[in-house]
Design a protein around this ligand. Structure first.
Ligand code: PLP
Length: 386
């Protein structure tokens, strides 16, 4: 039986094998494994691509978030960490790392609900929390561009400017995405990228990047990623060993050449899903904002009437992979309980999404026939339900 995976990293490697093999061979020749020339080359290439002043390679998307927040604490408060009463607003409907980074930087995450149409943080709910009595404790916002689509950045930027809040964009799922004509990661105070293998630009292991046009933030992140100082034998801050590997940078440089083409392929697959599934009544399709270039990291449908798990099981029987991102909103996770986080009002939209979402295969090299086959099985499932 034909199997359709969420992603086919073997096929992608074959597609770019000569570029990648050459990049790895170059590293084997020069043997500069730690902060070798490829790291700077990747940083400079991505800074140009995003149109920001600085990019700093780090060891993962999670560390990109932690180091950005730590740099902001040092810059804005003159302290190594935020205090527990410092609050940072984010979405409960994201990967664990977004909220975890806030805890690791010493602050308290405040979860506000999402817009059910886009699954992204609802700017209205940010404003509501800021207007509440606790609102004055908020120091910043982390919008997460979930599934590859930008949050409503005009509204979020206006709110942040008015209240003098920082914005750290979580761009882990949206490399190459835009809001109007700006690249994501170039809008906030800092942008945090992940090169985890399954991301739109993925390495052969862990990796990440911080983008910023703030000289001080860039300088602090650069210090924090290598033990906290400019001189590693006389350090200034409580640092980490969180460097991006030379080898990952070399592989990412080779893959970076393909990112626009691959993102366009993803968008075309998403468009075909939307076109083919638009008359299936029991599912709600992802809504695309006019102002955003959605790079379709995931194509996520909302399965109504409690049929999500049955549909997933049916597709599995037919050889079609699908995934639930995410089955549990952050405010329900053990690590965020017991006063470690604040849930603002109700988070009903996030809770509903966790029950109903299902992400379908979006492999940039997947054929039109494979995309259509997925949609055929989805239609067959709902015909059988009648
Ligand atoms: C993947 C991801 C991260 C973490 O990136 P890692 O490189 O795995 O540490 C953070 N936020 C979101 C939204 C992600 O999808």
């Amino acid at each position: 039986m034909k199997q359709i995976p969420m992603l086919d990293l073997h096929a992608e490697y074959k597609h770019m094998q000569s570029d990648i093999d050459q990049a790895i061979r170059t590293c084997l020749e020069h043997q500069k494994w730690v902060l070798g020339p490829e790291v700077k080359e990747l940083e400079d290439s991505i800074a140009r691509y995003l149109n920001v002043k600085h990019c700093v390679g780090v060891s993962s998307g999670t560390e990109a978030l932690v180091l950005s927040l730590r740099a902001l604490a040092i810059k804005t408060k003159g302290q190594e960490y935020f205090a527990r009463q410092d609050e940072i607003i984010t979405t409960p409907f994201t990967f664990t790392a977004t909220g975890d980074a806030i805890l690791r930087a010493g602050a308290t995450p405040v979860f506000v609900d999402i817009d059910p149409a886009t699954y992204n943080i609802d700017p209205q709910r940010i404003s509501e929390y800021l207007a509440s009595t606790a609102g004055h404790r908020v120091v910043g916002v982390i919008p997460v561009h979930l599934y590859g689509q930008s949050c409503e950045m005009d509204k979020i930027s206006d709110i942040a400017t008015e209240r003098n809040l920082f914005i750290v964009e979580d761009v882990a799922q949206a490399f190459g995405g835009t809001w109007k004509h700006e690249k994501l990661g170039a809008i906030g105070t800092a942008g945090c990228f992940s090169f985890f293998p399954s991301k739109n630009l993925g390495g052969f292991g862990d990796g990440g990047m911080v983008s910023t046009s703030d000289d001080k933030i860039a300088e602090l992140v650069r210090m924090l990623l290598k033990h906290g100082g400019k001189d590693k034998y006389n350090v200034d801050h409580i640092g980490y060993n969180a460097r991006l590997d030379t080898l990952q940078a070399a592989i990412l440089l080779a893959k970076f050449k393909y990112i626009d083409e691959f993102n366009a392929n993803r968008a075309a697959i998403a468009a075909r899903y939307t076109q083919t599934l638009s008359n299936v009544k029991s599912i709600r399709l992802p809504q695309q904002l006019q102002e955003a270039y959605h790079v379709s990291h995931q194509y996520t449908i909302n399965v109504m009437d409690g049929k999500r798990d049955a549909l997933q099981a049916f597709l599995k029987e037919k050889g079609i992979s699908s995934m639930v991102y995410y089955p549990l909103p952050l405010h329900k996770m053990t690590v965020f309980l017991n006063g470690r986080s604040i849930a603002s009002r109700d988070l009903v939209n996030a809770e509903q999404a966790a029950l109903n979402v299902l992400s379908l295969p979006v492999e940039p090299l997947q054929s039109v026939n494979d995309t259509l086959l997925v949609t055929e099985y989805i239609k067959e499932f709902f015909r059988k339900q009648l």
